[in-house]
Design a binder for this molecule. Structure first.
Ligand code: SAH
Ligand code: SF4
Ligand code: F3S
Length: 452
């Protein structure tokens, strides 16, 4: 029987959430799911069987924004088929009031537009839309407190834990500070309690979330900085792995590296977005560090933790990026030898200082550069991975591989994906794998022995 046959007029029974963007949005969707669960709604297996559909949007680049327009267009028949279905659009795009208003004008089949600030009130907005039958648009003045909100987690052994909201950095290309507001750290004891509870309920890995986790505690009084938080969390016995994202290189103090090196459960993976290898461009980006500073930071990390994996993000084709600037980025990837890099074509964001900068780079030039960079980085990544063949790595088993149902996948502490043959019962367990083959994006291995 299709779920929709159970539908009671007006009151949605089931929901489906489409999440775009980063891990912060993934966790926001878990908070939305938590609220809906408390209201008695259950998750629908697919969009067609959902009474309520939420799209959690991202505004960081044009591509995820375009995806929202495409999706909304495709959903017109979905709403027409059953007008009592509800369609809500939330997240970073909608937090910009003018964008919310534009979406409301363009897509008349949307029932609720809600920004990230008002996420804790989602069920109230849902009620309002149901009662009035009119579109509800709410972006709020300030970010509402999220402490104590119910959460319905997607995974039963890996958990997201926000530690700091917002961002104060105002990198000249970035929309995030404009939508997520200023930095606000959660009280240390609340984070520690949440992680302890997660440990007691069977979670093995936590990823601490924030746009700049290294800034944790700057806005709090007392002994509450990021290295102190990490130190406290490293003492939670049930948690085998602690990860964090994202780090701003400027705020990655040596005392943080020291805590990571001394602790057993903080993973040896450093995702340090550099964005460009050219000092001239880094300055225009308002990143607050130089190429030399960054190289020194990586050297320090490698002095403390020789096997650390270092990954990064690049923006290619920032306004005014000359061939020499790009060549400096290319030289930097050879000098640092990143394990992996995520490179993005510069995408103009309205209202940011970079959008007003001259010397925009033509699309063909940007594309040619990103292809060069990716080719070089893939070569380096493959070389680094090949050196791991024959070694034994601890892997947290994540489940059956998406590409091959006969294989399982997991991740090393250094965040490398490993495929291997094994029993699906191993999901959520830590096992030792002997690495047998290396690719650019993943490794293959054979189980050695299982740990408890
Ligand atoms: N807070 C994190 C990451 C935020 S967004 C940090 O500071 O590193 C993730 C990545 O998206 C960034 O690292 C950057 O590489 C990319 N990005 C952000 N704004 C962009 C834009 N306007 N165009 C292209 N890439 C962008
Ligand atoms: Fe954006 Fe920069 Fe803040 Fe990261 S640190 S979210 S790139 S403004
Ligand atoms: Fe996108 Fe918002 Fe994350 S803009 S990258 S979903 S904080």
């Amino acid at each position: 029987m299709r779920c929709c046959l159970l539908h009671h007029i007006n009151k949605p029974h089931s929901y489906y959430i489409i999440t775009l963007g980063c891990q912060i949005n993934d966790h926001d969707s878990e908070l939305l799911a938590g609220q809906l669960k408390e209201e008695g709604l259950f998750p629908a297996p697919c969009i067609d069987t959902a009474d309520l559909l939420i799209i959690n949007t991202c505004a960081v680049r044009k591509k995820p924004e375009d995806k929202v327009s495409t999706l909304l267009g495709e959903l017109i028949p979905w709403k027409k088929e059953r007008p009592d279905r509800m369609l809500a659009v939330g997240g970073c795009m909608v937090q910009q009031r003018d964008v919310a208003d534009r979406l409301a004008r363009k897509f008349k089949h949307v029932d609720i537009l809600f920004g990230t600030h008002v996420l804790p009130h989602f069920t109230r907005l849902l009620e309002m839309a149901r009662n009035t039958g009119k579109i509800v648009i709410e972006t709020g003045e300030v970010d509402l407190d999220r402490e104590g909100l119910p959460v319905s987690r997607k995974n039963r052994f890996q958990a997201w834990v926000p530690v700091i909201y917002g961002c104060n950095n105002f990198c000249s290309y970035c929309i995030v500070p404009h939508v997520r507001g200023r930095e606000r750290s959660r009280p240390l004891h609340q984070i520690v309690n949440e992680v302890k509870e997660l440990g007691q309920s069977g979670y093995r890995e936590v990823t601490l979330l924030g746009q700049n986790v290294n800034a944790y505690g700057k806005d709090l009084a007392g002994e509450n900085r990021f290295h102190q938080l990490l130190d406290e969390l490293s003492k939670v016995p049930e948690i085998s792995r602690i990860r964090y994202m994202t780090s701003h290189p400027r705020d990655f103090e040596e005392r943080i590296i020291d805590v990571i090196a001394r602790s057993e459960n903080i993973c040896e993976h450093f995702h340090l977005p550099i964005q460009s290898g050219s000092n001239r461009i880094l300055k225009k980006m308002n990143r607050g560090y130089t190429r030399e500073y960054y190289i020194r930071l990586v050297e320090t990390i490698r002095e403390y933790i020789p096997d650390a994996a270092i990954t990064t993000d690049f923006i290619i084709g920032f306004p005014g990026e000359e061939e020499e600037d790009f060549m400096e980025t290319m030289a930097l990837i050879e000098e640092i030898r990143f394990d992996a890099a995520f490179s993005f074509l510069y995408s103009e964001r309205r209202g940011t200082p970079a959008s007003k900068m001259k010397n925009k780079i033509p699309r063909e030039v940007k594309r040619a550069r990103i292809m060069d960079l990716n080719r070089k980085q893939q070569e380096i990544g493959l070389q680094i991975n090949s050196e791991l063949v024959g070694s034994v790595a601890e892997v947290l088993v994540e489940g059956v591989s998406k590409n091959d149902p006969h294989k399982l996948t997991g991740r090393t502490r250094t965040n490398k994906l490993v495929h291997f043959k094994g029993n699906p019962d191993m999901e959520g367990h830590l096992i030792d794998l002997r690495i047998e083959q290396a690719g650019t994006w993943h490794l293959s291995g054979e189980p050695e022995k299982e740990r408890i």
